[in-house]
Design a protein around this ligand. Structure first.
Ligand SMILES: [Zn+2]
Length: 255
């Protein structure tokens, strides 16, 4: 599959999920609105970025390694969308590399898909062009790239890989910008949150959302499963808040 075909698939899915062709996307919220999809977050060590397991009747579980940075987790979710919507295999376990030449073909395709899904070509190129045009050499500065990755919610690495061979990036700057270790402090000085570059906060690294939770609650309400079974299901899905309470309605503020 060539890049144009991958880009077309990313745009098709954006359209199908109600997104336009240029804006950033909250990929986690989006995942919660997809029928039959359960998303699970937990730390999986250093080698696995995520998984996609498809079941009967269009159901699917996507698991994301919450030990990775938020930018990387967002990229992993979009990568898993490729497996869910376009990959014929029922199971994908995805390694922690972004589009290296040694990766499997499907993995490279899913990474490119994620790049186009999170940084839609029209929006990304327009913003890159606008930022570059305000510089005397018409090329992006390091700070411009931080601005781009913050806007689209991707890791520095994902933004740099996307910009490789771009007309807006000076060829001789790629290496220096790619491996620059002042991403975090530069973002901070520019007034951005640094959440993108850090793993999920303590207490937020485990969780499940979507179909599984809805289904277990439905079965429980219909008394098709016992209280004990329901509790077991919620605890194994990292949702102790639904068993022991986590503030819930008492913390809800109508605003
Ligand atoms: Zn994969």
């Amino acid at each position: 599959m060539n890049d144009i075909e991958i880009l077309t698939k990313a745009n098709q899915l954006r359209c199908r999920l109600g997104l336009d062709a240029y804006s950033p996307v909250n990929v986690f919220e989006l995942a919660q609105s997809i029928d039959g999809l359960t998303t699970v977050f937990y730390p999986m060590g250093e080698n696995i970025s995520g998984m996609c397991l498809k079941g009967k009747g269009g159901t699917c579980v996507i698991a994301i390694n919450s030990a990775m940075s938020l930018g990387r987790q967002r990229f992993s979710m979009a990568h898993e969308f490729y497996h869910k919507f376009f990959d014929e295999n029922m199971k994908a376990i995805c390694a922690m590399v972004i589009a290296t030449e040694s990766g499997k073909d499907t993995e490279k395709i899913a990474d490119k898909f994620a790049s186009y899904f999170l940084m839609p070509s029209v929006g990304f190129d327009n913003m890159a062009e606008k930022l570059a045009s305000s510089n005397s050499d018409n090329k992006l500065t390091f700070g411009d790239i931080i601005r781009l990755e913050q806007y689209f919610g991707v890791s520095h690495k994902a933004a740099m890989i996307r910009l490789k061979n771009s007309a807006f990036l000076a060829r001789n700057k790629f290496e220096a910008f790619f491996s620059n270790n002042i991403v975090y402090s530069t973002a901070e000085r520019m007034g951005f949150s640094t959440d993108l570059y850090r793993p999920s906060a303590e207490g937020q690294s485990y969780g499940s959302f979507g179909y599984y939770i809805t289904l277990a609650n439905k079965l429980h309400e219909e008394e098709a499963i016992s209280d004990g079974k329901y509790e077991e299901l919620m605890l194994s899905a990292f949702r102790p808040d639904l068993v022991y309470g986590g503030g819930g309605d008492s913390e809800y503020v109508i605003d």
